[in-house]
Structures are given as C-alpha cells and as structure tokens.
Write a protein that binds this ligand. Structure first.
Ligand SMILES: [Mn+2]
Length: 334
C-alpha cells in the first residue's frame, strides 16, 4: 500500500534492525537517502553490488559505514532505496520490505508491505520531506550527502524543477552546508583511467555531420558510452551518438544540447522509433536517451544520424554536409 511521509517513518519506527538497501552501482542519491534515513531512524546501509565513483568519494569523505552485498535475512526489515526494478537489486530475494523511490516505473512496489513514491527529481528530496515530517535535524554530513545526491541525479540541475531548487535551498539553510563544499567534493573525484581512455578514444573516432550550424557527432567505445556522449557535447557537438557493442548487443547513448532539442530533435522519441525496428528497448528524455538492441552497431548508429539529419534539415533547411576529420581543419580556418 502507498503511504505518505509521516506514515512511512511511523512504520519504520516499529523495527529495530533495518537494512537500507541501495541498488547495484549505487549513486549518491541512493547512498545519501539511505544515510539520511539511518542517521534519523537507525539501521544499516547496504549496497547490493558496489557503488559509483562519486558515491565512493562521499562514503569515504563523510565516513559513512556501508555493508557490501548484505544478506537481507540478517535484518528484521528492508527499506529499498531509489530502486524501481528487481534487476537493479541483482534479483535478490526479499521477503519483508518497503520501497522509497522517485522513478516512473515501480515494479518493486507490488510485493512491498508499503511504499512511498513521488515524482521528484531525486529520492533525497522525498527523504527530506520525511525528515521534516519527523522533525529530525539535518546535520552537515547528511546535508552534504543530500545535496550531492540532488546535484548528480539532476545532471547538475539540468533536469531540476522549481521544487528541486526549493528543497536545495532548505537543505542548505537547515544544514549550514555551503554549496561550494559540495562542488569541491565532486571536483575532487578522481576519474577512472579506463573511463578517461574510453572518452579520449570516443573523441578520436568521431564522425561529424553538419546541418547549417548544427554538428552531429557519432562515435563508438567499448564502455562508458554515456560519459563519452556527454563529453562530445561539452567539446562542441550539438547532438552526440556513442555506440557500444558486445557481440550482437548494441547500446547507443545519445545526448543533445538544448538548441538541438528546440530545433525539433527529441532523442527519447528518436531512440524509441529506432529501437522499434530491432528487438530491444529505447527511450529517455528529449536531451538524453539510449537504446539497447540486437543488431549491427554501425547500422544502428547510421540510422540515428540519418534521422537526426532529416529532422534538422526539415527544421533548419539546407542539405547537410558530410564532415570527416580532414574537414575539421577547414572549419578551423573558416
Ligand atoms: Mn535517484
């Protein structure tokens, strides 16, 4: 059954030995939500299967105690945090659990004893409302964690709403944390060497299409496609497609600048349309989307490029110009 913020913590108060369980490769939103709840209600933070880079820095800097791969049977009750599918829990069997989450799909809530779901931009924002309903204070460590969770889940506020900023303002006010501290913490996150290699390779393999002043960059890597795609945008592409292939399994990560979205490029729709031609799934937001399909990577990438060119040509006029690396010099001299 669905409960509200006050009912959620009231029910948790009935348990002594709670496990707050974060999805595999836990992010700062999951870890900080679990941390904030455990600080106020008590209990243990568990990671189903590790955590990402920024979450690892948070855990280290804030001295958050976590248990990796916990056994749910060791606890009286499990709170599944920031997770919407069983796959994200590596199909772990849970008997008595509740869910707190902000994702649109909520398959896990079916068998949950109770759940709290809101369409907020992060789980941290829901947790904030719980802490407020409890009258619980927000200390500096919890504040830093929560702010980091919001910043990362909103793509540095790119997907933030008015409510996001309201909650951020309240957390800063309540905890006394300066926003700059959060930025410093994230800037200090060391980047994985394999990720840096992947990103540099993506840049060196890039193929460009030009429609008027819009540049479509396409490339491929063996991993970190999402990061590589974002990087291509930050170094000058308006739209980026990065493919990763493991055998027949092809994933494309797509990103677009706001101007490209305004020009009619809706990547969520485009990826869904392309994925419909293959077996697999696709979708996302207008400015960030992806597909996982069975097929030939080059062919799938080309479909994404061609469709995007058509959309831009229809909206901006004039035919596109094929652009290779040799042409980049020309661009520079123009
Ligand atoms: Mn989240």
């Amino acid at each position: 059954m669905e409960v509200d913020e006050a009912e959620f913590f009231n029910r948790l108060l009935d348990y002594r030995n709670i496990l707050y369980l974060c999805h595999r490769n836990a992010d700062p939103d999951a870890v900080s939500s679990a941390f904030a709840l455990s600080e106020s209600i008590g209990g243990t933070i568990g990671l189903v299967d590790g955590c990402n880079r920024v979450a690892a820095v948070l855990i280290e800097r804030l001295g958050i105690e976590v248990v990796d791969k916990p056994n749910p049977a060791d606890y009286s009750f499990v709170v599944v945090v920031d997770t919407s599918t069983k796959a994200q829990l590596n199909d772990l069997e849970l008997t008595r659990y509740c869910v707190i989450d902000h994702h649109t799909t909520t398959a896990l809530t079916e068998n949950a004893e109770f759940y709290l779901h809101r369409n907020s931009t992060s789980t941290v924002e829901i947790v904030y409302d719980i802490l407020k309903a409890m009258g619980a204070p927000i200390n500096r460590r919890v504040g830093i964690g929560m702010l980091t969770g919001i910043v990362t889940d909103t793509g540095h506020f790119k997907h933030a709403s008015a409510d996001t900023f309201r909650t951020v303002s309240k957390i800063i006010g309540d905890s006394g944390v300066e926003y700059g501290e959060v930025l410093d913490l994230m800037a200090g996150t060391p980047q994985d060497i394999s990720m840096r290699i992947a990103i540099l390779k993506a840049a060196s393999r890039v193929e460009l299409d030009r429609v008027q002043d819009m540049l479509i960059a396409s490339s491929h890597v063996s991993s970190f496609g999402g990061s590589a795609s974002s990087m291509l945008i930050s170094i000058g592409a308006d739209i980026a497609f990065v493919g990763t292939a493991k055998g027949e399994n092809v994933r494309i990560s797509a990103r677009a600048k706001r101007d490209a979205v305004s020009a009619g490029v809706n990547l969520g729709q485009l990826m869904e349309d392309v994925s419909n031609e293959y077996s697999g799934t696709g979708g996302g937001h207008s400015g960030a989307a992806g597909i996982d399909v069975i097929g030939d990577m080059k062919e799938v990438l080309d479909k994404c490029r061609e469709r995007t060119k058509k959309i831009l040509e229809a909206s901006l006029g004039e035919t596109s110009k094929e652009t290779s690396f040799d042409d980049i010099k020309e661009f520079e001299n123009e």
